[in-house]
Design a protein around this ligand. Sequence first.
Ligand code: FPP
Length: 235
Amino acid sequence: MSTQELPKHVGIIMDGNGRWAKKRGLPRSAGHAAGAAVFKNIVRYCSKIGIQHLTVYAFSTENWKRPQNEVLTLMKLFKQYLSDALTNFLDENIRVRFLGDETAFDPRLRELIDETVEVSKNRTGMVLNIALNYGGRSEILNAVRLLARDVQNGVLLPEQIGEEAFSQKLDTAGQPDPDLIIRPSGEKRTSNFLLWQSAYAEYVFMDILWPDFKPKDLDRALELYAARNRRFGGI
Ligand code: FPP
C-alpha cells in the first residue's frame, strides 16, 4: 500500500472482550486481559507500518456503569500496561497521549498516566492516544466551556470561534482528524467516540471480536479504506 493510501490517523473501538470470554466460558476479566495483549500487538504493528496517529477507545465515560469488579479489572490492566510500557518499551519511539478526564482515576493510575506522557513527549514516531474515561460529548462540552471562558475574559470574540479554534480546545488538539475508524465485534455504532473529529472519517465495521483481532485484520481494514472514494462533501 502506498503511503498516500495509508490513513494518517486510525481510530479503533476495541469491542467484544466480554463476548469473547463468554463464548469460552471464561470470566469477562479474561476477555479484557486477552484484549490488552491484542492492543499491545496492534500498537506495535501500526507503528511498524507507518501509521502516524492511532487512537484507541479503552474506557468510556459510560463504562463506570459496569460492575465494580469489572471496572477494577480494567483499571488494573491499564496500570499493568503503563508500568510495563515505562520499564520495557522505553526504546520504542511511540509518543503516548491520553484523551478524557483522568481526574476520576486513583492516584497511582494518574501518576502512571502523567509519567508516560512525560517520558514519551519528545519521541518522534507514532502518536498513540489512549482514550480513558473519554466521551465525545463531554470532550465537546469541555471545549465549549474553555471557549466561553476565553470570551468572558475578553481574549476571544464569539465571531472568532471557528472550526479550527474549536478543534484546538479538544483533547486531540494539534492532531489530524481520524481518517479511518475501525469497530470490531459486529456492533455498528460510534458510541460517543471522537464525535467532532470523525465528521469525515471512513468507518469499517468488522465481524470479529477484539481479542481475535490480528494484524491481518488491520490490513484488511486498510485495504477497504484505500478502496473508498473520499470526497469530503465535494464531487
Ligand atoms: C469493550 O468490550 C472493551 C472495553 C470496555 C475495554 C477495552 C480494554 C481493553 C482492550 C484492555 C486494555 C487496554 C489497555 C489500554 C491496556 P466489551 O467488554 O464491551 O465487550 P462485549 O460488548 O462483548 O461485552
